[in-house]
Design a protein around this ligand. Sequence first.
Ligand SMILES: *Cc1c(COP(=O)(O)O)cnc(C)c1O
Length: 228
Amino acid sequence: MSAAAPEAIAQTIHQIRQTLPDRVRLMAVTKQVSPDAMRAAYAAGIRDFGESRLQEAIAKQAELQDLSDVTWHLIGHLQSNKAAKVLDHFHWIHSVDSLKLAQRLNQLAGDRPTRPRVCLQVKILPDPNKFGWTVPELLADLPLLDDCQHLDIVGLMTIPPYGLNPDVTKSVFLQTRELAEKIRHQTLKTIRMEELSMGMSEDYPLAVEAGATIIRLGRVLFGERTAI
Ligand SMILES: *Cc1c(COP(=O)(O)O)cnc(C)c1O
């Protein structure tokens, strides 16, 4: 499979939309995707774009300035030294993966007019290739995260380890949802737990069944990425 044509992109988006409950927001993951293909997705109704890298996103945002009602989502690991720039360029950050990063973003967000929306990235199963909190680590950090009043912490994000069988993948999504419910039952000042950012091309139907509110789809919409 290679880069999909504009008509194919639109058709896939319409087909997938028909299978999704109303609560699910369809984010188009556009890392390594051209601005033209992004315009095709926009024309098909996409208003949420997810990018992994700051520099790539900035370049595309400049080319797509006329699409003024797009919500930009950062989904890749973020280094603290880039936090200010990220706040300038993204509405949502799904990949907040440490207390230190959350506190840095909170400090910077205090000087800004709008609070960035944040998802906390969790690892339900051990995965040396991924960033994020383990469940006990996240529960331990919650009180200090809840002090980050300049962040709008709206939910959890997870990426299951690659190559699990579907039952295990589904159980990762269900455990993420249960964790969000457990956190919601705690008395917290600022943290809301309304969003579950989970599900990618290979596994999104399972994530939707488990309660995802935002799915992040790249290859299924745009074709295989070619390394750049
Ligand atoms: C690349 C990426 C996606 C999309 O993956 P596909 O397999 O192309 O759908 C979703 N989430 C994150 C965090 C990603 O890095």
